[in-house]
Design a protein around this ligand. Structure first.
Ligand SMILES: Cc1cc2nc3c(=O)[nH]c(=O)nc-3n(C[C@H](O)[C@H](O)[C@H](O)COP(=O)(O)OP(=O)(O)OC[C@H]3O[C@@H](n4cnc5c(N)ncnc54)[C@H](O)[C@@H]3O)c2cc1C
Ligand code: SF4
Length: 395
């Protein structure tokens, strides 16, 4: 029995987890860092028995540890005010405006809820039947399940701030033109379909068909595009669904018996669930297969290497047919005899609701474009949420 107080730390991101540790007597104190960047009011909200109102840390590391290791100012993906409290200020508006926000992805949700909190009359249009946009797909990826907590938080914020939400409602130019003082275009992105012969073959799927609509996927799969979504696709196709804690500990060689130095034992090797090819046009650099995160990339790389994913750069895509994917690699033709080809080849902004000048800016000053609709980069909820909040603070 230890005679000194024990403090538990790491991934204690909800009051329930903290309470459970203390109630079981596993530790005397809990320590939190990232959850307080995500929500500085965490403790007050827990004390007021309102856990659903907490903006939960989702363990992405994108604006905290990734920034710290790049010598950038630390902040938080889900809370852009973190470490910017005196610069990003949400003042009550002096002139209430009618604001339309189109798209309930991360950009639109952030903008709509901050604008409504400031006292504006906000209507949020969403074409699908749920909020979250691309983040709904992110939540399907093993390791990113906590993205659901951000969607839960915004669901709560919509109610709290009084945003009028119109689900299953595709906004049109005509209705936006009539009756709104400001119009925020947060219509996001759609998957880019590359120009490859045979791209309409039935074995070809987009990442959205797999992650959102759960299209069945075969045993041998080629993934076109090795950016963040291509890496996520590998994780999705390789992982056992609902893996048990014991199986996960075996897979990573984590020892809970305190009998091995460093708490690490030899990981258990299991045959991968599928044979995957992860392909890109550009040369395969050191970071291929890591995704964009500085502090999280090594984990993805480890999973891919352990699962014998064939990672190939400098690939020229020739055609797709019944035989599979025909490519040229290192000056020689190859056929990858795969059951499916999944397109993770980037994204295109959805910008069909406004007239733009030659630089792509809306000609009508009432229109503002944010998030993926502004710039279609792959994994950038951090920019989407920040841009939405910053715009809402100015409107
Ligand atoms: C698998 C996957 C994993 C990801 N992982 C991460 C990650 O780890 N970190 C990260 O930072 N980012 C990640 N992202 C990206 C992140 O989700 C997006 O960058 C971010 O959601 C962009 O947000 P957005 O609001 O601009 O657009 P979107 O999420 O695309 O949302 C746009 C919304 O607008 C709606 N819409 C479009 N047109 C209309 C219309 N006319 N009327 C009404 N509604 C309309 C759409 O239905 C959609 O809901 C991931 C994305 C995917 C697909
Ligand atoms: S950036 Fe991500 S990991 Fe860091 S505190 Fe925010 S939600 Fe948590």
């Amino acid at each position: 029995m230890l005679k000194v107080p024990v403090v538990a730390s790491n991934r204690i991101n909800t009051p329930e987890i903290a309470e459970d540790i203390l109630a079981k007597g596993d530790a005397d104190l809990v320590s939190m860092a990232r959850p307080l960047l995500a929500d500085a009011d965490f403790v007050n909200k827990a004390a007021a028995a309102k856990p659903e109102s907490i903006n939960t840390c989702i363990a992405c590391n994108q604006a905290c540890l990734d920034h710290a290791f790049s010598l950038e100012r630390v902040s938080c993906l889900v809370n852009p005010r973190a470490c910017h409290e005196t610069e990003l200020v949400y003042l009550r508006t002096q002139r209430k405006k009618r604001i339309a926000v189109v798209g309930a992805g991360m950009a639109g949700l952030s903008c709509a809820t901050v604008a409504a909190e400031r006292g504006h009359d906000v209507t949020l249009f969403e074409a699908s039947s749920q909020i979250g946009g691309q983040f709904v797909m992110a939540a399907a990826v093993p390791g990113k399940e906590e993205s659901r907590k951000t969607i839960r938080y915004f669901t709560h914020e919509i109610k709290r701030t009084g945003v009028k939400i119109e689900l299953s409602h595709r906004a049109t130019k005509e209705e936006l033109d009539a009756g709104f003082d400001e119009i925020v275009i947060a219509t996001g992105v759609k998957p880019r379909v590359p120009n490859i012969a045979g791209v309409t073959h039935p074995k070809v799927l987009t990442y959205a068909q797999v992650l959102q609509h759960r299209a069945p996927v075969g045993q041998k799969v080629a993934i076109i595009g090795a950016g963040g979504i291509g890496v996520d696709m590998c994780e999705f196709l390789l992982h056992e669904p609902d893996i048990s804690l014991d199986a996960w500990l075996d897979e990573w060689g984590v020892d809970l018996t305190s009998s091995v130095a460093g708490g690490l034992r030899e990981p258990e090797h299991r045959a991968p669930r599928r044979e995957l090819w992860l392909l890109q046009r550009k040369p395969a650099g050191k970071r291929m297969g890591t995704g964009p995160g500085r502090t999280t990339g090594w984990v993805h790389k480890r999973v891919l290497e352990r699962s014998n994913v064939h990672m190939m750069g400098d690939v020229e895509y020739v055609r797709i047919d019944d035989e599979g994917l025909h490519i040229r690699h290192e000056d020689a033709p190859h056929v990858l005899a795969v059951d499916n080809v999944i397109l993770c080849a980037g994204q295109e902004s959805v910008r069909d609701l406004f007239a733009a000048d030659e630089r792509g800016r809306p000609t009508d000053p009432r229109f503002h474009v944010i998030g993926g609709a502004d710039v279609a980069t792959e994994l950038d909820a951090k920019r989407a949420i920040k841009q939405g909040a910053e715009l809402a603070a100015r409107l």
